[in-house]
Design a binder for this molecule. Structure first.
Ligand SMILES: Nc1nc2c(c(=O)[nH]1)N[C@H]1C(S)=C(S)[C@@H](COP(=O)(O)OP(=O)(O)OC[C@H]3O[C@@H](n4cnc5c(N)ncnc54)[C@H](O)[C@@H]3O)O[C@H]1N2
Ligand code: MOO
Length: 408
């Protein structure tokens, strides 16, 4: 129950309804705050650990690609026109002292270094061995991957800010990198609510924490690291100490306590700490009471704070709306709107809200977005079935809507 007129220590800080920001403007504000506060310092991580982070530097080719002249086919390295006398066999990764002169050939495996003098590789299927010599026809230069033809040593291969995907890791390894300089904002999360339990079947009145288990994946989707996750009680002092005591984290995420109830102390605790609130509610459904702010005055942002509503689907929408763009900007990623796809035809009876942007859980099949239902603020069933949220602004006339992808 809301206790009218009270602020601060007793919760119910009376967030003004009209302070809420339009959804697209709130995402922009999150990006801008991240860009202004970042980038977070670069750290070197071994390749396997760098997945999903943002490159801190341009990725440079330490070696040319291919690194040596190599056969692209299983067959014969040949020198000049045939027929050719056979001079032995060359396997990938094995040393060989064979050199070819005109009219000579050596059997060779894909990926093996071609011998000096090679003019082409003749695949088995285009060759014939007759009377102890090799016959066939091949154009000069064919089926050899020549040293440096893909990339010269020292060239810039990817720009700083690019996400480290599995393909980037493989590429970095082939360019002789053992580790990468990456930026990965650290997040400390506090999940509030005296009614929450972490395991088993909850007693009547208790609820399983459904936001905590989502956080690691959501933070990773934004390219950050969930450095800590703690449960805190509903008291004002616990909230103040959570916000003030997250040393080493660029971002503090508070789950719950975002609204106007007697135990909702996020706004009061921020006021107590003299923090600045940048986004005080977002005109979207679900996810309305979400918040973005920072410790310190507007001119000098300290630790950044994201408030996610307690209803789990509202928390998910809020994380994708504010937290993910904030983390991406903090990591120095380019400003393109993260996770938003261009228009997609929306099927079914979808209607805009008169004031708020609706985030509708949809499955995307054959270029069409089909609402899956079950996407009220307190339920994750729709989001679990969905590929994305269709973004339905108040002035939406259809039939196309942008999509905000869900982490996979
Ligand atoms: N008078 C008003 N009441 C409410 C408003 C409002 O504007 N005026 N907004 C509603 C909306 S919208 C939402 S969303 C919620 C947000 O609530 P809080 O962020 O303050 O969170 P709580 O009050 O602590 O919890 C709300 C609800 O969610 C459950 N919950 C909380 N944390 C978790 C969790 N980690 N896992 C699963 N479920 C959780 C909690 O038990 C409550 O049922 O406020 C509305 N009210
Ligand atoms: O807007 Mo609340 O965040 O939906 O239930």
């Amino acid at each position: 129950m809301r206790v009218h007129g009270e602020t601060g220590r007793r919760g119910g800080t009376g967030r003004a309804a009209d302070a809420a920001m339009p959804w697209a403007a709130a995402r922009r504000a999150a990006r801008e705050l991240g860009a202004r506060s970042g980038p977070v310092p670069a750290v070197r991580e071994p390749l396997a650990a760098a997945l999903d982070a943002a490159l801190a530097d341009d990725l440079i080719a330490r070696i040319p690609l291919p690194p040596f002249d190599a056969s692209a086919m299983d067959g014969y390295a040949v020198c000049g026109p045939g027929p050719w006398a056979l001079r032995g066999q060359i396997l990938a990764g094995r040393p060989s002292d064979i050199d070819l002169r005109p009219g000579e050939a050596a059997e060779i495996a894909t990926g093996a270094r071609v011998p000096t003098g090679t003019t082409a590789v003749l695949p088995y299927e285009r060759s014939e061995v007759r009377d102890a010599s090799l016959h066939g026809a091949i154009e000069s230069g064919r089926h050899v991957r020549w040293r440096g033809e893909e990339l010269a040593e020292g060239s810039v291969v990817l720009p700083a800010g690019q996400t480290v995907t599995p393909a980037v890791l493989g590429l970095a390894a082939s360019l002789a990198h053992d580790d990468l300089a990456v930026r990965r904002p650290r997040v400390a999360a506090f999940v509030s609510g005296d009614e929450l339990v972490d395991d088993g079947v909850p007693a009547v009145g208790a609820v399983r924490d459904a936001i905590g288990p989502m956080l690691e994946g959501l933070v990773r989707w934004g390219g950050g690291t969930l450095a800590s996750r703690e449960r805190i009680g509903d008291g004002f002092a616990a909230m103040v100490s959570a916000l003030g005591g997250a040393a080493g984290a660029s971002v503090v995420v508070v789950c719950g306590a975002s609204s106007a109830g007697p135990a909702d102390h996020l706004r009061g605790a921020l006021a107590e700490l003299g923090a600045s609130v940048v986004v005080d509610g977002v005109r979207c459904r679900p996810g309305h009471p979400q918040l973005l702010g920072h410790l310190g005055p507007p001119s000098a942002p300290g630790t950044l704070v994201v408030g996610l509503p307690g209803n789990p689907n509202a928390a998910l929408v809020a994380a994708l709306t504010l937290l993910v763009p904030l983390l991406r900007a903090l990591a120095g990623r380019p400003p393109a709107d993260p996770g938003l796809a261009a228009g997609c035809l929306v099927e079914g009876d979808v209607r805009p809200h008169e004031r708020d942007t609706r985030l509708v859980a949809v499955r995307v099949e054959q270029g069409r977005a089909r609402p899956v239902g079950h996407d009220g603020p307190a339920v994750l069933r729709g989001a679990a079935l969905a590929d994305a949220f269709a973004v339905i602004p108040p002035d939406w006339r259809g039939p196309d809507a942008r999509l905000m992808w869900l982490p996979r």
